[in-house]
Design a protein around this ligand. Structure first.
Ligand code: CA
Length: 233
């Protein structure tokens, strides 16, 4: 059952959405301001977020940035005002997966939300990556910060290396597309300029070196992407 977070300060809308989505079989938590949303995101794992950009205390945009920094591929649907074109553009640039403008119909919400959750389960979109405390062989990845351990040895990772490794581990044995990695990196703070395929090669190379000595191998699947091979995992 998908576990959803609704962050919306309009009581009627928040309660209405909550009731509807529960009836549709989702498990739902709600937050009336940005600070409460961040606290809930810290406390539990969600499969998707419906996020009003105009939230009190901490803005929806700040909540979105925080999500993208820490839980890269958590699907986020933003809600914006009808005339909030700039908000939508900013939100999408900050890593929102989709948006709805208020007022919206429930049918449209269900359709968009359903599509977003389906996409998130497809490895090609890199989505089901909720950065679980994944494990492959003796590799452990911290779900919230750029840390990992090979056995008891800590791995020093940059934010992007950690996001890449988390994506590979959560899809171990499956090919992860380049697009999925670049998508997961979208809202990361710049780490040496623009992100391109060449940069990705460099990060994969660096990660391979850091994993050297483990049983893990990152295989380049020509034209498709990367595959983490974890014998015995
Ligand atoms: Ca609002």
């Amino acid at each position: 059952m998908p576990h959803l977070l609704i962050a919306e300060d309009d009581d009627l809308l928040r309660d209405g959405l909550g009731t509807l989505l529960r009836q549709a079989g989702h498990s739902v938590a709600t937050a009336a301001d940005g600070r409460a949303a961040l606290a809930l995101l810290e406390a539990s794992r969600f499969d998707g977020v419906i996020l009003d950009l105009g939230l009190p205390l901490v803005s929806g945009m700040e909540v979105l940035r925080s999500i993208r920094l820490r839980l890269n591929a958590l699907p986020v649907l933003i809600l914006t005002a009808r005339d909030g074109v700039e908000d939508r553009v900013q939100g999408l640039n900050a890593g929102a997966d989709d948006y709805l403008t208020k007022p919206f119909s429930i049918d449209e919400l269900e359709a968009r939300l359903g599509a977003m959750l389906r996409r998130a389960r497809l490895p090609a979109f890199g989505g089901s990556l909720e950065l679980p405390a994944g494990s492959a062989g003796r590799l452990r990845i911290d779900p919230l910060q750029p840390l990992a351990w090979l056995g008891d040895e800590p791995l020093e990772l940059t934010q992007r290396e950690w996001a890449l490794l988390s994506l590979l581990v959560s899809h171990a044995g499956q090919v992860v597309s380049r697009e999925a990695v670049l998508g997961a990196w979208q809202a990361e703070p710049a780490e040496g300029g623009a992100i391109g395929s060449n940069a990705l090669e460099v990060y994969v190379h660096r990660l391979r070196r850091k994993l050297a000595g483990s049983s893990l191998n990152i295989r380049n699947v020509r034209g498709l992407g990367y595959l983490l091979e974890a014998p015995g995992a």
